[in-house]
Design a protein around this ligand. Structure first.
Ligand SMILES: Cc1cc2nc3c(=O)[nH]c(=O)nc-3n(C[C@H](O)[C@H](O)[C@H](O)COP(=O)(O)OP(=O)(O)OC[C@H]3O[C@@H](n4cnc5c(N)ncnc54)[C@H](O)[C@@H]3O)c2cc1C
Length: 388
């Protein structure tokens, strides 16, 4: 089967690429197929924080997040060793969604707008034209990419790898996997813990373990599941500095839960990785683009939903121009990313991560915390694209 474009992954990056194509290049969207290994609504390990940058991307697509159940966070408490900087915004600093609901809503919208999504199809390998020993793909100037799946092979002019942090498509783009990978652990708790933490509307980001080697923070977000209040707890470790010995994350979560009167043993602990953005990273190869986590996202706080939606805008624009010019090297894709708000914001956040996680002196961090809180407020709600 042949398509002009195959998008691998129906998460926010893949669906946003499809939705942006449907909006700006409807003919191309008609000849696009989205392949997804799961079936929506599928679970995705994520705290579900949707920041204003994501809402801005959705609005450009004529979508309103209020279509999905969410919990507003009005206060962000940034903590270090008992010091707290509080960021407040009305009606919300950000909203917390359940990813299975949010992603299923995006997928339903994509289908309503004419996009074809084939679920239950796992992509096994992507073979660009001219792959040595590769017989199925065209090898001439009009060469097509072969996408091998567990349900047969597809041929296409362009592939978008939007298949997350452990991307299969990425293997066809970079030979050695870069090690810019963060680690995350997450657990969901029922409402009892929420009551102990002061109720809805408050999200906690506790950076107290930076001097112990956790290059990130412990979070405690309000959430909901099936209409019932919950809280999500987790630890994010960016691993910005790889030479710093790897800290064990489970005891951090265990200790924090114990202080809240909870036992980790009674809840399901899950872990996942997150690939972060490098300015000099690889984002494309001839006929193949990467988007979302597959390309690289925020190393400072591990925010990825808004950037995935932003990558969707950039990838769709790149595809539209490539088909107009019949030129599929995608040599300008990096430039396009860097010219977009996501490239500028991801670069600033990489600098922020290097500065913050490079400070490992407990006393100094404690003294600087009010200043760091002020900078975070200015950054997230001022300069960063979340504010746009
Ligand atoms: C514990 C945790 C907490 C997080 N919390 C937040 C948060 O609060 N806010 C925030 O903004 N970000 C958060 N993130 C990051 C966020 O989840 C990701 O950045 C975001 O999901 C990236 O979207 P994506 O579309 O690139 O990838 P994904 O959402 O991972 O989607 C990829 C899709 O591709 C499919 N797929 C994968 N492989 C294949 C294959 N071989 N064939 C076919 N389909 C395939 C998957 O099933 C999936 O549907 C968190 C991440 C983790 C791990």
């Amino acid at each position: 089967m042949e398509y002009d474009i195959i998008i691998v992954g129906a998460g926010p990056a893949g669906l946003a690429t499809g939705l942006n194509l449907a909006q700006s290049a409807p003919d191309l969207a008609q000849r696009t197929l989205i392949l997804e290994r799961e079936h929506h609504p599928r679970s995705k390990l994520c705290a579900g924080g949707v920041l204003p940058g994501a809402e801005a991307c959705l609005r450009k697509l004529g979508l309103d997040i209020s279509a999905v159940p969410s919990v507003p966070v009005r206060e962000m408490h940034l903590r270090f060793d008992g010091r707290s900087a509080v960021l407040r915004r009305e009606p919300a600093c950000f909203r917390v969604v359940r990813r299975e609901q949010f992603d299923a809503w995006l997928a339903d919208t994509a289908r309503e707008r004419g996009l074809a999504i084939q679920e239950g199809t796992r992509v096994l390998e992507v073979c660009p034209p001219h792959t040595p020993g590769h017989k199925a793909g065209g090898d001439g100037p009009d060469g097509l990419v072969t996408v091998r799946t567990d349900r047969g092979a597809y041929r296409t002019r362009a592939v978008v790898g939007a298949d997350g942090a452990q991307s299969t498509v990425r293997r066809a783009v970079v030979s050695t996997q870069a090690r810019q990978v963060a680690r995350l652990l997450e657990v969901r708790l029922p409402v009892a813990a929420e009551a102990r933490n002061g109720g809805d509307g408050r999200a906690i980001f506790d950076f107290s373990w930076i001097p112990d080697g956790v290059q990130g923070y412990l979070w405690d977000f309000p959430s909901q599941g099936g209409g019932r209040a919950e809280r999500t707890w987790g630890v994010y470790d960016s691993r910005t500095y790889r030479r710093v010995p790897t800290a064990s994350l489970k005891p951090v979560l265990q200790g924090a839960l114990a202080r809240a009167g909870e036992s980790l043993d009674q809840h399901k602990l899950e872990g996942h990785s997150l690939r972060w953005f490098r300015r000099r990273g690889t984002f494309a190869a001839p006929h193949i683009l990467l988007a979302g986590d597959a390309a690289g996202t925020d190393s400072l706080v591990g925010e990825g939903i808004s950037f995935a939606l932003g990558y969707g805008e950039v990838a769709a624009a790149e595809l539209r121009d490539a088909f107009a010019e019949r030129e599929f090297s995608f040599g300008g894709y990096r430039r396009r990313i860097m010219a977009h708000q996501i490239g500028r914001s991801l670069s600033r956040r990489a600098v922020g991560a290097a500065l913050l996680y490079g400070l490992r002196n407990r006393r100094l961090l404690w003294l600087l915390w009010p200043l760091i809180g002020w900078a975070a407020d200015h950054f997230f709600f001022g300069r960063d694209w979340c504010a746009e």
